[in-house]
Design a protein. Sequence first.
Length: 217
Amino acid sequence: MRRNTFFTTATALVAVLAFATLTTPDAQAGGVASYETAFTQFQAALQGQSSAVEEAAAQWRELSAAQPADPVLRAYAGASTAMLANTTLLPWRKMSHAEDGLALIDKALAQLTPAHDAPAHRNVPASLETRFVAASTFLGLPSMFNRNARGAKLLDEVVTHPLLETAPIAFRATVWIAAGDAAAKAQRASDARQWLQKAASSGAPQAAAAQAKLKAL
């Protein structure tokens, strides 16, 4: 994304999109929007296309409205809504978009129950994917929102959760790379190497990217 954005997109959120493109999304949910089109727009938004942010936010909100009991859809709706803060120069609108997005993510997290530990979209436990999207968004926010510590905690919960071992390897590698990047940013080189090495030796499609990150440490 551009450097003058309201908040930076955390590496973990970029990784979510890498995972999304490596797997087959559900064909259709709730009418017009689909996982595939929503992810495509979301990825374009992450790459700095401001027009794609609005479309991604609209599509994720449509999917979430069609299935309000699904915390994963609501989490993505919140993440993309928060990204709308980067599409305006008006400070009050930036804050409004960010707060609206965070409210959706908070609601998604509050929805989680033990039942959401079951595999959901792309065979990933809904509880893990919801927390991962929330962590990624929180870690990308300016410090004034006081969400960075919560984001780090959520990411740690995902990366150490026993259910992660039941998820598809592409998702696991995505989480390990995100944990490695977060550790590197926090200047915990040993932890960063641990997680990146795990991804690099996993045989996942992201293995080469993880190996490159290891060399760059």
